[in-house]
Design a protein. Sequence first.
Length: 454
Amino acid sequence: MTREHQVLNPATEEIVATVPATTAAGVDAAVTRAVAAQRAWAALAPADRARLLRRFAAAVDGRTEELARLEVREAGHTIGNARWEAGNVRDLLDYAAGGVERLNGRQIPVPGGIDITLLEPLGVIGVIAPWNFPMPIAAWGLAPALAAGNAVVLKPAETTPLTALRLAALALEAGLPEHLFQVLPGAGDEAGNALVEHPDVAKIVFTGSTRVGKRIMAKCAEHVKRITLELGGKSPNIVFADADLEAAAAAAPMSFLDNAGQDCCARTRILVQRSAYDRFLELLAPAVAAVVVGDPSDEKTQMGPLISRTQLDRVRGYVPEGAAAIRGSAPGGPGFWFPPTVLTDAAADSPVATEEVFGPVAVVLPFDDEADAVRLANATRYGLAGSLWTRDMGRALRVSQAVRAGNLSVNSHSAVRYWTPFGGFKQSGLGRELGPDALTAFTETKNVFLSTEA
C-alpha cells in the first residue's frame, strides 16, 4: 500500500496536492542510485559541471513565477516573498557554478619535496529542508554540494514538498544526470531518519528546530558523519536612544513579521534604551497596525498565514489572555491566521521572551546602557542573528563584537546574503552556509607529498 501525504494551503485549508511518502526502503534505494550518479558527476570536467549548473539556474529563471505561485499555495508565503525565494535559488546556483573551477587546493612549502592539498567531494549529501523557507534553504545545501562534485538527496518538510519536487524536475530538464539530485517527500521519523542513518550518506545538512537538531547530531555522531545545523533563534533588535527612532520603528515590524514570524532570524526581542522607550512605542504602534495581513497571492499583502493548525495553536499558547500588547489585524474564517502582536509587559525571563515562538509575536523590553543591552541580548541559549540601531559607529562595533550571534546588522535587519557566510553561535547551530567558502564545506581535504630527493 502506497503511503501518501496531503499538502494544505495554509490560507484556505484546502488540499493543494497529495504526494507519496517515501519509506525507509525508498531512501535506501535512492541513496544507492545517488552513489553511482555521484561517481559519474565527479568524473566530469569542472567546466562541464559548471555549465550544467548554469543551465539549471537558467531553467529556474524561466520558471520563477510558476515556482513562486506554488510556494504561495503550499507555504502561504506572500507572492512578493515567493518571487524573491525563486530568484534566490537561481542566484545560488549561478554563484555556486562560479566556484566549480575555483575550488583550489594549496601548495605547502616542505623540505625534500612538494606538498599539495586536493579538495575532493564527500559523496552523497543528505539535505533536510524546513517548511518555513522551502526553496532557498534547500538551495543553500544542494547548490554548493552539487558544485563541489557531490550528489544530493533532499528530504523536504512534509507540509512543503511541491517546490522541491519541481526543482528536481527542472534539474533533469537542464541536463543534470539522472539520480544526481533526488527529492524524497516523507515523514521525518521515517524518511529523514533513514537518510541520517544511511552509511552511504557522507554528510547531513539540517535546518529546523534545536530539539530535532540535537537528535540528528547524536545519530550522526554514531557514524562519525559530518553535519551542518541551522537551528533556532531568539534574535535581539537593539535600539539605542541616539538612533534614528523613526527609521528603527518603521523597520521593526517586518523584522519579526516577515513570513508570519516563521523565521529563525526574526528579531522577536525588541530592546529599547529606557530614555527612548516611550517615544519608540508611540512610533511602533502605527507601524504594526499598518502591516497588511491577508491573501498571500495579493500583491499588497505583507504577511500571510502560519503554516498549520498545530503552529497556530503553539503561537497562541505564548500570548496570555488580556496581555498588554500592540496588535495588528488578521483575517477571520478559514486559514491559520494570527495577528501581529508586540507584548509590552512581558518579563525578560518569561517563555515568550526566551523561547522561539516562530510566529508573529515579539516582546519589547527596556535597557539602561550599553552593558545592559549586551546582557539582555546574550540572555538566551540562541545566537543566530541580531540588529542594532545607533548613529555611533564606535558603539556599533563594540556591541557587534560583544553580542554572541553569527549574523548582525547595523541600522538594518538584513541577515541572509548568498555572498556571505551564515550560521549561528550557541544552540543556534554548527557550521556555516553560503558565502565564498560554501563549496569547501562539502569536500574532504587530501594531502599529497611528492618527494624530489634522488
